[in-house]
Design a protein around this ligand. Structure first.
Ligand code: PBG
Length: 328
């Protein structure tokens, strides 16, 4: 007997029936930049189509997110320049842009799961993700943990469902879990960026959030792009420290890492298709060099196929709309 796999590809309905990877809007998380102030909606030049919103203007984007039944949003705060200091204290201001945004979303869009990114780089005057030793200019891991915990607790207080520490300090998940529990936020989830590489793909984000380091780079705390076993070690540590979900980042250039970690880790994994990936696809799409919609779907499907349960992507709305229209 001759086996004929082609029979299974004959019609679209058969292909849809048997396909191994299915995308749903509920598995998508949409990152949003929240700027301090009122009545602001600003373009981000390096990320065409993405904008910064003040908390009172978030409905301009959330109506679409809500209608598309996207699982959640991931909030990044952009404080006024004069609020930045050595330790990023604006990140735990109860009236900070992210805290205001969380309260607004909880009240107006209770269905949307709120992830609050926890990091100091948007709030420090030096743009690093941790505090700096005055003498040798190194990023100080352990002293940073207290500040990260303060901002995570502050986001939980405002009503965040999930806190997502992206700083890459060792021990951050444990410190934040203890801080949350001490303040009775037992049910606040931690979605830890466990596997985050020191990547060139974050360039447009740093422009969007004004968070580029003023000296040096992030290679002492983010991961070496040449390493893969290290990803497993980082993932195991965060699971042990109490992470509920882990993030692997960036997305499409790191599918090997995603697949390796997926095979060994039992908790949900999110893959983050980051700003540089978005901007490359967008730029080629705007030039007419690629079919943008096809590439948006294909990259998302590749990420899901490699084993992601959750995809964090600036294309969440486009993807959800494609899914609803039956094009995916
Ligand atoms: C903050 C943070 C960054 C991103 C997410 N959280 C930037 C960085 O590490 O420099 C990047 C996200 C993106 O590029 O879309 N530490």
């Amino acid at each position: 007997m001759i086996i004929r796999p082609r029979r299974l590809r004959k019609t679209e309905s058969i292909r849809n029936l048997i396909c191994e990877t299915k995308l749903t809007p509920s598995m998508l998380v949409y990152p949003i930049f929240v700027r301090e102030g009122k009545n602001i909606i600003e373009d981000i030049p390096a990320m065409p189509g993405q904008k910064r919103y003040s908390p009172d203007n978030l409905n301009l984007i959330l109506d679409r997110v809500n209608k598309n039944k996207i699982g959640g949003v991931l909030l990044f705060g952009i404080p006024d320049e004069n609020k930045k200091d050595e330790i990023g204290s604006a990140s735990w201001d109860e009236n900070g842009p992210v805290q205001q945004a969380i309260k607004f979303i909880k009240r107006e869009y209770p269905e949307i799961i709120i992830f609050a990114d926890v990091c100091l780089c948007e709030y420090t005057n030096h743009g690093h993700c941790g505090v700096i030793n005055k003498f040798n200019h190194e990023i100080e891991n352990d002293p940073t943990l207290e500040f990260l915990t303060r901002s995570a607790v502050s986001y939980a207080q405002a009503g965040a469902d999930v806190v997502a520490p992206s700083d890459m300090m060792d021990g951050h998940t444990k410190a934040i879990r203890e801080g949350l529990d001490k303040n009775n936020f037992y049910n606040t989830l931690i979605c830890s960026y466990a596997v985050k590489y020191a990547s060139g793909f974050y360039g447009p984000f740093r422009e969007a959030a004004g968070s580029a380091p003023s000296f040096g780079d992030r290679k002492t705390y983010q991961m070496d792009i040449r390493n893969s076993r290290e990803a497993l070690r980082e993932a195991f540590l965060d699971v042990e420290e109490g992470a509920d979900i882990i993030i692997i980042k960036p997305g499409i250039s790191y599918l090997d890492i995603l697949k390796t970690v997926r095979e060994k880790i039992l908790i949900p994994i999110a893959s983050y298709q980051v700003s540089g990936e978005y901007s490359m696809i967008k730029a080629a799409g705007l030039k007419g060099w690629i079919d943008e919609k096809k590439i948006i779907s294909e990259t998302a499907i590749s990420i899901a196929r490699a084993g992601a349960d959750i995809i964090i992507t600036y294309f969440a709305n486009e993807l959800a709309e494609l899914i609803h229209e039956g094009g995916l």
